[in-house]
Design a protein around this ligand. Structure first.
Ligand SMILES: [Zn+2]
Length: 85
């Protein structure tokens, strides 16, 4: 099993752990079935997913600012000419 490394801060890791705990659907081996690990916990083993999560977490303020407070673009005048029919 590959080891994934968290490249963020302790605070960011704590937030990730809270989010995974909120969305955890692991089953603990009830009724004679083997225990299963949920997709949220599976994600923690994928390095690319962790790196992407950290990137999006850090860039989200910029994305939101650009989306919500974007300066209106000046409409460019388009000259329309009627086409002869
Ligand atoms: Zn889980």
């Amino acid at each position: 099993m590959a080891i994934a490394i968290w490249h963020g801060t302790r605070h960011e890791l704590a937030r990730l752990r809270e989010a995974v705990a909120e969305h955890c659907e692991c089953l603990g081996g009830m009724f004679g079935l083997p225990p299963t690990r949920c997709s949220a916990h599976d994600m923690l083993a994928h390095q690319a997913s962790l790196d992407h999560l950290l990137y999006v977490y850090r860039m989200r303020k910029l994305f939101i600012r650009r989306e919500l407070y974007a300066m209106p673009t000046r409409a460019t005048a388009v000259r329309r000419t009627a086409r002869p029919t």
